[in-house]
Write a protein that binds this ligand. Structure first.
Ligand code: ATP
Ligand code: MG
Length: 650
């Protein structure tokens, strides 16, 4: 068998999972002809989907495409806060839970649509009072507290553009984003609670607003006296005090053009300097609303928990705008997954009867590392659908998720998408698609994606290449804030009018798409292109391994030499035998070509705050270079540890 054949064997995972009959019968989308219908007339399909939103004024044209600039639902007028909150207050969902919030200490707050609407109105009054107007930028640096979605929706209500910055980011990262967006207002809190500790948000915020355009810092009292924050009279306004002075009357919605920006959000910075991605009102909302109904099969009775922090796009789309635009119930948790015990997530699922659960492969691998006994302590029978996002999921992790969390009855939707895409792009429809562990399956209806070879031709099944999107879609980014040239170069520089994702993927014999990772993470050994994720999957399938990151470092002879960084499950110990077993496993599953030159055992891997492995930092370490942009790194001390480990291993 040639190396390529072996690679294909790994990719042609032979386990398949059909949607259970009972799921199919009740699914929002269960007629397979939807794919063909959408492919034959994408604009007509999206126009149909836009009908699920409430428009103040209908659009005159579905799409105006001036590559690479798209306008969707031209001249249509709507408001995102009206669609996500107020329209539900007018109907039978008035007293339905919109947001269920759980604090780390086990305290909870439930906001019905009507209550949420009142909070959003008050916050919108506050923004107005502080001089924020349509088109102004508001930076939001908050932990996972209810005021976070409330602030976002208040911005949307008055037409201000929000830019949420992860609460885990440093003062420097916040300052960069404030400077780039020229925000007028910053909303933050005195602190945040995480795994029993208090994080000093306000201190960071104070550093970050120095010499910026920020005129006011609106501060939420989240922790109280323990946070021990300094107060700057010239800049700081207390949220609670100002709120009390606000009228109780509702505020009129700003009539927004479909193309008016709704928010700016910076990418995770996995590959370099983050980009300020601009999303609009009509297209973005249509995209997320469509995906919760189709990919997530959201119904009125569902309790949807997307565990992502709202500081990244998954939280924007699947904790806030997606479920709320569809009148769903969204769960939010402020705290760590191991607090007070490692069963906290499952405790929350049981407590609120979560029906749809959406998380990242890295979390699943952590749960695997901890062991399934934590899952088994709880009754998870309310769950009916599971999702994953953020990185390729290793088949082993997929199987574990299916067995222990899904009780072998819940379909799994592996959703591929990017900050730039706004909503899930490649993913199964759980009532239609047969899934394969490790594959994001097929483009969602209305999404015209393919895999190109180096010459820009679609690859035949059984081959790999560059993942591209051939036609515009409603929730696509419109530009990079303040840098349209970067937008054009980064995404449309390769082919005219075709979006380049920067990811590489493989198409199997059934046309299923297997995301291999980022183009930059592809390892080129003696002319063979290996995806980091394939090698990592082979390593992670070893029983002792929790996580792995594989990189190619430049090598005079081979082009690239393979270095594997490996973290072990808690009960496992690193040893020479284990080292050899891991090497043997890779050789066995992929081939000699993939034999790693180094296997380095480490306690942790460098990750962004959105929980993605930053392989570029590992490459820098292995090549002895100064490490690049670390502003979005979750725990900067990891880099020093790794440098030491690497030096020891050499
Ligand atoms: P930056 O663009 O700044 O380098 P980033 O790409 O990590 O950061 P995001 O937009 O948060 O920022 O992540 C999108 C990327 O995450 C995708 O390009 C892909 O590499 C990866 N990804 C997301 N979902 C999946 C999935 N289901 N399977 C495989 N990879 C995924
Ligand atoms: Mg990216």
């Amino acid at each position: 068998m040639s190396n390529t054949d072996r690679l294909n064997t790994l990719l042609e995972e032979d386990r398949t999972f059909e949607p259970p009959e009972s799921f199919k019968a009740q699914a929002n989308f269960n007629d397979p002809s939807v794919y063909e219908r959408a492919a034959n007339d994408p604009e007509g399909y999206w126009a149909e989907q836009a009908e699920y939103l409430s428009w103040f004024k209908p659009y005159s044209e579905v799409l105006n495409w001036n590559p690479p600039h798209a306008e969707w639902f031209v001249d249509g007028k709507l408001n995102a806060a009206y669609n996500c909150v107020d329209r539900h207050r007018e109907g039978p969902n008035k007293n339905k839970a919109a947001i269920i919030w759980e604090g780390e200490q086990g305290n909870s707050q439930i906001f019905t649509y009507d209550m949420l609407g009142r909070e959003v109105d008050k916050a919108a009054h506050m923004l107005k009072q502080l001089g924020v107007n349509k088109g102004d930028r508001v930076a939001i640096y908050l932990p996972m507290i209810p005021e976070l979605p409330i602030s976002m929706l208040a911005c949307a209500k008055i037409g201000a553009i929000h830019s949420v910055v992860f609460a885990a980011y440093s003062a420097k990262a916040l300052n960069d984003r404030i400077t780039d967006t020229e925000a007028k207002l910053l909303i933050t809190s005195d602190g945040s609670r995480r795994s029993g500790k208090i994080l000093p948000l306000k201190d960071n915020a104070d550093k970050a607003v120095k010499d910026t355009t920020v005129e006011t810092t609106l501060v939420i009292n989240n922790i109280g006296p323990d946070a021990n924050t300094a107060w700057n009279k010239a800049l700081d306004v207390d949220w609670g005090t100002l709120k009390q002075k606000m009228p109780t009357t509702p505020l009129e919605h700003e009539e927004m053009d479909a193309e008016d920006p709704l928010f700016i959000l910076y990418t995770s910075g996995t590959t370099g300097k983050p980009k300020g991605i601009v999303h609009t009102t009509g297209g973005y909302l249509t995209g997320v609303n469509h995906s919760v109904r189709s990919i997530f099969d959201l119904k009125d009775e569902d309790v949807f928990w997307c565990t992502a922090d709202i500081g990244w796009v998954t939280g924007h789309s699947y904790s806030v705008y997606g479920p709320l635009s569809a009148g769903g119930t969204s769960v939010m948790y402020e705290g760590g997954p191991a607090y007070p015990e490692r069963d906290r997530f499952w405790d929350i699922v049981e407590k609120y009867g979560v029906t749809i659960f959406y998380t990242a492969p890295t979390s699943i691998r952590t749960f695997m590392k901890w062991g399934h006994e934590y899952v088994e302590k709880h009754d998870l029978s309310s769950l009916r659908l599971l999702g994953t996002v953020g990185e390729p999921i290793n088949p082993e992790a997929w199987m574990w998720y299916h067995k222990y969390v899904g009780g072998e009855k819940c379909p799994i939707v592996d959703t591929w998408w990017q900050t730039e895409n706004g909503s899930a792009m490649i993913a199964p429809l759980p009532g239609i698609t047969t899934t394969k562990p490790g594959s994001a399956t097929k483009p969602a209806p209305g999404i015209i994606a393919d895999i190109f070879d180096g010459e820009g031709n679609p690859v035949e099944p059984g081959n790999g290449g560059y993942l591209v999107i051939k036609q515009p879609w409603p929730s696509m980014l419109r530009t990079v804030w303040g840098d349209d040239q970067r937008f054009k170069d980064s995404y449309f520089g390769d082919y005219d009018g075709i979006y380049t994702s920067g990811d590489v993927a493989h198409k199997d014999k059934d046309g299923y798409i297997w995301i291999l990772g980022r183009d930059d993470d592809v390892i080129n050994v003696s002319g063979h292109r290996l995806g980091a994720s394939e090698l990592e999957s082979a390593i992670v399938s070893h029983d002792a391994v929790a996580e792995a990151a594989v990189i190619g470092r430049s090598d005079d002879i081979k082009g690239e030499a393979i270095t594997a960084f490996v973290t072990l499950k808690e009960r496992a110990q690193s040893s020479d035998e284990l080292h050899d077993e891991i090497v043997a496993q890779i050789v066995d599953q992929i081939g000699k070509i993939a034999r790693p030159d180094e296997v380095i055992f480490t306690a942790s891997l460098p990750k962004t705050s959105s929980a993605k492995i930053m392989r570029r930092l590992l490459r820098d370490i292995a090549e002895g270079k100064a490490v690049g942009d670390t502003s979005t790194l979750e725990d900067p001390s990891v880099v020093e540890d790794l440098k030491e480990k690497y030096a020891e291993a050499e």
